[in-house]
Design a protein around this ligand. Structure first.
Ligand code: HEC
Length: 286
């Protein structure tokens, strides 16, 4: 009797091992890389994007065009980086490197989505407010309710990337309240973040009426390493909510390099992640 209990518990341990092997990271050598450029966006919150006298792209947005549709060309961005570094759009000072590429890979299985980011985080930042973390990497996913009202016309989350969360009155914006964080007026984003600081825990959070850096239900895991200046960050999260097999979900990436805080990150425009569906970035089934 006693013997069979022991062997059952051994079997249980083996099964547990087997199941953890099943959620092990995918074979990344079989997953294509899609480079996206992240850039220092200065003070260009959604209010700026939606004001026609500041940004002529507003008209295209109301006709259904996306940021990427107008601003991504030949794998790069057509922004006037000099303008984004100027006093008008960047009163505090711009980083020395205005943009850099992040290689994005994605895979999924029955239970999880895996996202891997590879990038070189540049030095020469303009803000070093985060004493604990040299680098942070963040991925946001929008649900299908994210929207911005443009005088009766609705701009969808899929067109805007993370800009629906970015407002002129949020912390680190000129003259803004230091306690006010990102928020949306409609819909919500799920957020996952890896921090380079020793012992730092991955963030499983969200942005809706405010930004919450905990309490998410996506079971986010994140690991990262810095090999000779090249960072590789791997996220694992559950397939749940808007992040589901058979769907395309709007996704954006942000890198806080060189101890940056708040808006002093380099951000991507919004890309569609196809999970068994069409997209700018396609998650490979493994
Ligand atoms: C219909 C095309 C179009 C769309 C869509 C569009 N833009 Fe623009 N954007 C422009 C043009 C043209 C400029 C150049 C300045 C101007 O005329 O407003 C510009 C300028 C900018 C700039 C300032 C840097 C520069 O090169 O002058 C930023 C930042 C920017 N856009 C961000 C965005 C974001 C974020 C979105 C999506 C929420 C977006 N744009 C959507 C056309 C577009």
């Amino acid at each position: 009797m006693k013997k069979s209990i022991v062997s059952l518990s051994v079997l249980g341990a083996m099964l547990a091992l087997g199941s953890s092997a099943a959620v092990a990271a995918p074979d990344w050598s079989k997953v294509p890389k899609r480079d996206v450029q992240v850039f220092h966006a200065g003070v260009t919150p959604i209010e700026w994007v939606m004001k026609k006298s500041d940004h002529s792209g507003r008209t295209g947005l109301t006709k259904g065009e996306s940021c990427v549709g107008c601003h991504e060309e030949k794998g790069g961005l057509n922004f006037e980086m000099k303008r984004l570094a100027d006093k008008e759009l960047e009163p505090k000072g711009a980083p020395k490197t205005m943009n850099f590429p992040v290689s994005v890979q994605a895979a999924y299985d029955a239970a999880n989505l895996y996202v891997r980011l590879t990038f070189k985080a540049p030095a020469g930042g303009a803000d070093h407010g985060d004493k604990d973390n040299d680098v942070k990497a963040t991925v946001l996913f929008a649900d299908d309710k994210v929207a911005v009202d443009a005088g009766g016309k609705t701009i969808a989350g899929a067109q805007m990337g993370c800009w629906a969360t970015c407002h002129g009155d949020a912390r680190t914006m000129p003259g803004a309240d230091d306690k006010k964080t990102k928020y949306t007026k409609a819909g919500a984003y799920e957020l996952m973040q890896w921090k380079s600081g020793k012992g730092a825990k991955p963030v499983d959070g969200s942005v809706s009426d405010s930004r919450k850096m905990e309490g998410g239900s996506a079971g986010v895991q994140a690991t990262g390493e810095n090999k000779g200046g090249e960072y590789t960050v791997t996220f694992t999260r559950k397939l749940s909510g808007a992040v589901a097999a058979g769907k395309a979900v709007p996704m954006g990436v942000a890198i806080h390099a060189d101890k940056a805080t708040g808006r002093f990150h380099h951000v991507s425009l919004g890309y569609m992640l196809g999970i068994g569906a069409d997209g700018d970035i396609k998650a490979v089934k493994q």
